[in-house]
Design a protein around this ligand. Structure first.
Ligand code: SDX
Length: 446
């Protein structure tokens, strides 16, 4: 990167009267900018007029210090390890609520009354079936296709079948699109799994709960009766709650940016799925399992910790670290407790991968590098162990993350669409490429 040409100084950062003065002599002066406080967390400096007034851009690759929007949905305090959905702590929701209720809360801002919850669950239940012609998409994929590739394709294709819920300016159509996406993701996900193992698709059953229905569509076969295990159904429901929304993470920001152009909701969620797939984001749960299997034995933990600390080695401890959490991810704590419950229920208390993960966590959290960089286990560190014990292949882990995060994506998408200040997202850049030069015909080039 080029060297700084001059410096601007914040002459007066006065949160008291809500303003900051920026002094940039090289650009000809100083400017006052407003400071807006949040109800929780950091205040923001309003830089919307910065370029118009100063000719300067802000520079923040990866948006480490940038609030891209105003939101009322989820609050994270990374230093304290706090996660609130519409003000309710994730620990209380995971323990006392259920996924359908959390979906309603994220979408509408309040916990539902018994009647509201019953109506919402009915709406979701009666949208779980997929247009029968969509099943043809699966047969176009190789059996060994990664299910996330199938999810990207099939979810994007929903807009080819559900034209009556693609008008983003119609509140009713937005609501139907929300319900269809939340309702159909388990069906699409289960079908991707069934297709990969050559078993027939299993259709949803309206008498089952959301989590039970998903386990039924995934693990039942026509040849036998299937009763969802109540402990596993509750664990599945809790895993969905823990992954439902998480402020302006990479995939949610992708959905917001896609939606800012006016793209239909199905295309926006397909974009979110694509972003979530990366191993630095939602693909980490699959990468954690692969890492634990590569480590294999606790005697090799030290070797991998050393690799994670080696700047010349691209290896990172998957499931550790977070852009926001510089303390324990509160979801990881709940996930670890669920891990023990599920393994106890399945009689796999001595699952070697769990013992290895806990030993890896213990050693890492005592290591100066991880302590100094505030690298703690995140939501992905334990989730894969539970999912594998429940019978999911590692390739399905990120699919489950996408299934759960769909409600967060559609809630954030709706908030963006309904924001009166909403406009197309179009960042600028720091250009350091060639200055203007004249074209040279090829017969004059050496
Ligand atoms: C999710 O944003 C969200 O909210 C995401 C999520 C959600 O619910 O939507 O919470 C879900 O994506 C959780 C994160 C899952 N990813 C992983 O577990 C992959 C491993 N983690 C890292 O790749 C990393 O921690 C990130 C990507 C999660 C965060 O990276 P940042 O914030 O960009 O931090 P960084 O890469 O600048 O790291 C800071 C320092 C670096 O060292 P220095 O260059 O300062 O010397 O910490 C080091 C990094 O090298 N570091 C790690 C590490 N994570 C960061 N070193 C070893 N192992 C790691 N896991």
């Amino acid at each position: 990167m080029t060297q700084p040409s001059s410096t601007a100084t914040a002459a007066a950062l006065d949160e008291g009267n809500g303003s900051m003065t920026l002094s940039a002599p090289a650009s000809g002066g100083s400017w006052d900018m407003q400071i807006f406080p949040g109800t929780e967390g950091p205040s923001v400096i309003d830089v919307r007029r910065l370029y118009a007034d100063t000719g300067l851009f802000t520079y923040d690759p990866g948006f480490t210090s940038t609030a891209s929007c105003e939101s009322k949905i989820t609050f994270i305090d990374g230093d304290e390890g706090v996660l609130l959905h519409r003000g309710y702590p994730i620990e209380q929701l995971a323990e006392q609520s259920d996924f359908m209720e959390v979906c309603y809360l994220l979408l509408h801002g309040e916990l539902p009354s018994p009647k509201q919850k019953q109506e919402f669950e009915h709406a979701i239940t009666y949208h779980t079936m997929l247009h029968e012609q969509m099943l043809n998409f699966y047969r176009g994929f190789r059996r060994d296709s990664h299910p996330m590739a199938i999810m990207c394709g099939v979810v994007g294709a929903l807009s080819a079948f559900y034209h009556d819920s693609t008008d983003i300016n119609d509140p009713y159509q937005r609501m139907v699109a929300q319900h269809r996406l939340i309702a159909k993701m388990p069906t699409i996900a289960a079908m991707a799994f069934k297709y990969s193992i050559g078993q027939p698709f299993v259709y949803p059953r309206n008498k089952l709960s959301y989590a039970e229905n998903f386990l039924h569509m995934t693990f039942s076969v026509p040849a036998e009766d299937y009763q969802p295990n109540p402990v596993l159904s509750r664990a599945m429901d809790r895993i969905l709650i823990l992954h439902a929304d998480h402020e302006q993470n990479a995939s949610t920001s992708t959905v917001r940016i896609a939606g800012s152009s006016g793209a239909n909701p199905f295309a926006c969620i397909a974009a979110g799925i694509a972003s979530l797939w990366g191993p630095a984001h939602g693909g980490a749960n699959e990468a954690v399992l692969m890492m634990l299997e590569e480590i294999g034995h606790k005697d090799r933990i030290t070797e991998f910790i050393a690799r994670a600390k080696d700047k010349n080695d691209p290896f990172r401890l998957m499931g550790f670290g977070h852009r926001v959490y510089k303390n324990y991810d509160p979801r990881a704590t709940v996930m670890r407790k669920s891990c023990h419950e599920v393994l106890d229920e399945l009689g796999s208390r001595d699952e070697p991968l769990l013992a290895l993960a806990m030993e890896l966590e213990r050693i890492a959290l005592e290591d100066e590098y991880f302590v100094e960089k505030k690298l703690y286990p995140n939501v992905d560190f334990y989730s894969g162990i539970i999912l594998r014990a429940m019978g999911f292949p590692t390739s399905m882990f990120t699919v489950l993350f996408a299934m759960a995060r769909t409600v967060g994506w559609v809630a954030q998408w709706t908030e963006m669409i309904e924001d009166p200040n909403q406009k197309i997202s179009r960042p600028r850049q720091l250009y350091t490429g060639p200055v203007r030069r004249e074209y040279l015909p090829i017969d004059q080039r050496s």
